[in-house]
Design a protein around this ligand. Structure first.
Ligand SMILES: Cc1cc2nc3c(=O)[nH]c(=O)nc-3n(C[C@H](O)[C@H](O)[C@H](O)COP(=O)(O)O)c2cc1C
Length: 182
């Protein structure tokens, strides 16, 4: 699949078939995480790959009320939980190098998108889940304090192709030369 085709065709999939996805496929997809770019190649991401129904149910309970991805958390055969090691991305000599502080969210996001695109290219669906209580999810998974739970990603065989939510036009977010120039 061509890259732009994959980027445009990827959708947030919230409904999954009951089909299993082999562990080997997950390992293959994690190669896409492995090769994500990161601040000074610090690779601050980690993943916890969850298949146990009780654990997926406990994680689903951490979602914000009314989150449309709740069912996906238990129906998908896998939930890939992305963590970031704090104080690595954007740090030099133990100090943040820029006014933005920790670049953890940025680097983890790049890895997440790699996984979403690789899954899509293989006919699998994902949805990024960010609206949840990260501290509770960390407790469920035994994540230590020096790691941040960033997002959770139900992954499986899609039950249908969702339609694409509207996007801004290029000219709606592009400035040429300086801000405010159309
Ligand atoms: C950081 C982030 C957090 C998100 N959190 C949720 C979420 O908690 N629940 C959900 O159903 N979708 C969530 N989404 C999915 C977005 O709603 C979705 O990407 C957006 O509506 C565009 O649709 P598309 O992914 O199909 O193009 C999240 C996406 C991102 C990037």
């Amino acid at each position: 699949m061509e890259v732009l085709e994959a980027i445009k065709g990827r959708r947030s999939v919230r409904r999954f078939k009951g089909e299993a996805v082999p562990r080997e496929v997950i390992l293959e997809l994690l190669e896409a995480v492995r090769w994500a770019p990161s601040w000074a190649n610090t690779q601050c991401w980690e993943v916890i790959v969850v298949a146990e129904p009780e654990k997926k149910a406990a994680l689903a309970e951490t979602l914000t009320p009314g989150n449309p991805a709740k069912e996906a958390m238990t129906k998908a055969p896998w939930v890939v939980v992305f963590l970031g090691q704090k104080g690595k991305a954007g740090f030099y000599g133990g100090r943040p190098l820029t006014s933005k502080g920790d670049w953890l969210m940025f680097d983890v996001a790049l890895a997440v998108q790699n996984l979403c695109l690789a899954a899509h290219a293989r006919g699998l669906g994902t949805v990024i889940v960010g609206a949840f209580e990260a501290e509770r999810a960390a407790e469920v998974l035994g994540v230590p304090d020096d790691r941040e739970v960033v997002v959770m990603l139900p992954l499986g065989v899609p039950a249908g192709q969702p339609s694409a939510p509207r996007r801004k036009e290029v000219e709606d977010f592009t400035h040429w030369g300086c801000w405010g120039k159309g």
